[in-house]
Design a protein around this ligand. Structure first.
Ligand code: SAM
Ligand code: SF4
Length: 319
């Protein structure tokens, strides 16, 4: 569907849980409040939202969280999403902790891609960011995922003080022939208190090893990443830099939080309560979603933190 600024909205991020088995300090630090279980949308409700979204022309879905693989039944939900008539693409974003044993099922159902979040290549730095010493398991899952034939990408948030992780992570991605994307910290939830590194700084560091990195202009998925290629790097290096480079003019997405709040823009708390609609007046689902998409704001205001009205944690929103 086209919004009031003429943008085609065809992509939805579905957060299926606000629970997580990590505690990344910029996303869900210790003590983060959790919703009550009854506040989460059921899988049936999520499928009804996806069905209505398809009716509006939203045909690509990313399942996220929290950590989606900690919710019981996630794999079956992904399979049902894949089978919904009109759905063109279902992908998953995960921290990778529970990924490896599920890969055969995910490959068999035709999952269209998996993004694994890894912010450091050094186990101690990884533990200091996530509160967990599970880096080895996550890296093994990335290798196995790339081997399984599922399109696999690494996501790495650019944190101040962790600049020395950038090159080793990129080398690791090159070793498994995966793309790696570096993400600027956004001032949402615990991200407000986290200092980040700009994509320009990251590129400077990367060019010390791959001096011929050049912008390709390629689109490799549904996201706003700008991709760089080098003759000596097998995949691509992407930059997702919402803070230093606005890409709102071509934004194609809406988000559904784990409690069923349809968010047209990450930056603002405004949206509609689809859980209430689903539970009280389901016949209004499609019309309500259509109005919310139409009213999607023109742009975020991450450069002026005072304008950011979103108060939830990224773990509930879905990133
Ligand atoms: N648990 C899964 C994972 O880590 O990939 C899915 C949910 S997580 C919220 C989705 C993505 O959002 C991750 O790549 C994470 O690094 C990113 N993220 C979380 N908080 C962020 C912030 N404040 N700024 C930028 N990215 C953030
Ligand atoms: Fe969990 Fe992902 Fe947030 Fe880390 S970024 S706390 S893994 S939801």
């Amino acid at each position: 569907m086209i919004d009031r600024f003429g943008r085609e909205i065809n992509y939805m991020r579905l957060s299926i849980t606000d629970r997580c088995n990590l505690r990344c300090r910029y996303c869900m630090p210790d003590g983060a409040a959790l919703c009550r279980r009854g506040e989460l949308l059921t899988y049936e409700e999520l499928l009804r939202v996806a069905e209505a979204a398809v009716g509006l022309g939203i045909t690509r879905f990313k399942v996220t969280g929290g950590e989606p693989l900690v919710r019981h039944g996630c794999v079956e939900f992904l399979r049902q999403m894949k089978m919904l008539p009109g759905v063109e693409q279902v992908t998953l974003t995960t921290n990778g902790l529970r990924l490896e044993p599920l890969l055969p099922q995910l490959a068999a159902m035709g999952l269209d891609g998996v993004n694994v979040s890894v912010d450091a290549a050094d186990p101690a730095v990884y533990a200091s960011i996530t509160g967990s010493d599970s880096l080895g398991a996550v890296l093994r899952a990335v290798e196995a995922s790339a081997d399984s034939g599922i399109r696999t990408k690494l996501n790495c948030v650019l944190l101040e003080g962790c600049e020395e992780q950038i090159l080793p992570l990129a080398r690791f991605a090159a070793g498994v022939a995966a793309d790696v994307r570096f993400i600027e910290v956004m001032p949402i939830g615990a991200g407000v208190d986290s200092r980040g590194v700009s994509s320009e700084t990251a590129l400077e560091i990367l060019r010390s090893e791959w001096p011929d990195l050049r912008l390709t202009g390629e689109k490799r998925g549904n996201g706003p990443a700008r991709y760089y290629a080098s003759a000596c790097f097998s995949g691509r290096i992407g930059m997702i830099d919402a803070v230093s480079h606005s890409f709102c003019r071509t934004c194609n997405r809406v988000r559904l939080t784990s409690t069923g709040w349809l968010k047209p823009c990450l930056c603002y708390g405004e949206g509609v309560d689809l859980r209430a609609v689903l539970r009280r007046s389901p016949e209004m689902l499609s019309g309500t979603m259509c109005r919310a998409v139409w009213d999607k704001p023109r742009a975020h205001c991450f450069q002026e933190a005072a304008g950011v009205t979103e108060r939830n944690m990224m773990s509930g929103i879905g990133g």
